[in-house]
Design a protein around this ligand. Sequence first.
Ligand SMILES: [Zn+2]
Length: 115
Amino acid sequence: MHEASLAGGILKLVEDAARREAFRRVTVLRLEVGQLAGVELRALKFALEAIAPGTHLEGARLEFEEPAGQAWCMTCSQTVVLAARGMACTECGSYQLQPTGGTELRVIDMLVADE
Ligand SMILES: [Zn+2]
């Protein structure tokens, strides 16, 4: 599953940071998952919780921010809100849309503990 490999990538990032900065565990992990990132939030949360035991992520609280999707419409030349990929422009019904926001999946920051 797509989300499982994303969770693996996030865990690797956390473990690399733990090695570099020598912390014991993550208490809070904040992630940004844009509405156009193509990620099922519930599946990602589930996948992260499934791989957390025995890692620095064990017991961490997961917090998600979900910025709304935005796109530039090439037909009516304006920025519109796009709830999901593949939807039409809310202003003119065109499909000539270039996503400009809400496409990211990234770690915003993490709170860590030394013991
Ligand atoms: Zn439009």
